[in-house]
Write a protein that binds this ligand. Structure first.
Ligand SMILES: [Zn+2]
Length: 388
């Protein structure tokens, strides 16, 4: 296996405090060596070992690849008009998800795979090297199973979200839909999923329904994560912590008790500022969560309705500008934070033994991700040691 030396790194974020300064483990004038799909050496450029190939970073910043722990990439259809109307002052119309469900069911497997692949590629070119993908636009046994099979071709981090909304056919019988989601649909989907998720919100699934769905998923070996407290206060966050969910996602409307529960538990608070941006909603208060000691991740929530971006740098800029995060905190949340939300220790960090997921920025510092919003700063990406 060929080794690659990346050297002359002006500023290297390792996310390992034992390797460098502060929580980001920052090193100046650094180098690292990749061997196959792994990092094998990190340290000062002056003492770097030889390697088969050499990449000169010419003083630029290098960091771990982004870990996007929340996305909905298996879908068909277009909702441009809905976004246009919303930004033109028309009130938000519920039922947008149903539009995507109808288009997704009507699409071929090839069309869905091609669209997901295009978006995964778009994310990779912006530095995302690990991505979680949910089902949730099929809402039948066959369509949810199909979505997870498609997602599995792109990532190991697949999430069963049959409980995105109540399927239209069950509008008059939500209890019947919960039976389907916890029964035959779960049986068909569990072999293709690592995680189980539920949209716990008024108009979607209440606390009791969410508990039943997550508990059934756990019994099949899936690990819970929860869409919680996005549109208003509710039981989602407390339920996530109680059931040992890896992550509570959105966390926009939190009581003090919710914040305390997140700070005391193992559940990561995953913030998705693209959703607030695209719906002109109030942003979650990251400062409050960090001050309480909660672990925070940043993710895109990429989906065609409420957050159609694959850009982690954009989410970092929003988090710094509008959610009270420092540039260091936002970068950490978008890399190591996402890894924690996916219970991964091999990504989101650059240390010997970690996966060789490396991003070079066309900038002297990672701070430029927030300082220069909207600018394509990702210059080079290695995913598992392979140049993207
Ligand atoms: Zn989502």
């Amino acid at each position: 296996m060929a080794t690659t030396l990346i050297t002359n790194i002006g500023s290297l974020v390792t996310n390992d405090p034992e390797l460098g300064a502060g929580p980001l483990g920052l090193l100046r004038d650094a180098a690292l060596v990749l061997d196959g799909d792994r990092i094998v050496w990190v340290g000062a450029a002056a003492s770097a070992p030889d390697a088969d190939n050499r990449h000169d970073a010419e003083g630029r910043a290098v960091q771990p690849g982004f870990v996007d722990s929340h996305s909905h990439l298996v879908f068909a259809g277009d909702r441009t008009a809905e976004f246009d109307a919303r930004m033109s002052g028309q009130a938000y119309q519920a039922g947008g998800i149903r539009t995507t469900v109808a288009a997704t069911r009507a699409a071929s497997e090839q069309q869905l795979a091609a669209n997901a692949g295009r978006l995964v590629g778009e994310a990779a070119r912006q530095g995302t090297t690990t991505i979680e993908i949910k089902s949730g636009y099929g809402l039948t046994v066959a369509d949810e199973e199909r979505a997870l099979r498609i997602a599995s071709a792109f990532t190991a981090e697949t999430t069963y979200l049959g409980a995105h909304i109540v399927a239209p056919e069950y509008a008059e019988d939500p209890a019947g839909y919960v039976d389907l989601v916890t029964g035959p649909m779960l049986d068909a989907c569990a072999p293709h999923a690592r995680w189980v998720d539920v949209f716990c919100e008024r108009g979607a699934f209440d606390g009791d329904q969410a508990r039943a769905i997550l508990t059934a998923g756990k019994a099949k070996g899936l690990i819970p994560r929860v869409h919680a407290n996005q549109l208003g206060h509710g039981p989602g966050v407390q339920l996530a912590v109680e059931l040992g969910a890896a992550s509570a996602d959105h966390c926009t409307h939190l009581t003090d008790a919710d914040v305390d529960a997140l700070a005391a538990g193992d559940t990561v608070a995953t913030l998705l500022p693209g959703a607030e941006f695209s719906t002109r909603a109030v942003y979650p208060d990251a400062r409050r969560l960090l001050a309480a000691g909660a672990r925070v991740a940043l993710s895109t929530d990429c989906n065609p309705g409420s957050s159609f971006t694959t850009s982690m740098p954009f989410c970092i800029a929003l988090a710094v500008r509008d959610m009270g995060m420092t540039p260091d905190e936002a970068l950490y949340a978008a890399t190591a934070g996402g890894a924690r939300a996916l219970r991964r220790s091999d990504v989101g960090v650059l240390r010997p033994g970690a996966r060789a997921d490396v991003v070079e920025l066309d900038a002297p510092s990672h701070v430029h991700l927030a300082y220069r919003p909207g600018v394509p700063l990702v210059r080079a990406v290695w995913r598992a040691g392979v140049a993207v």
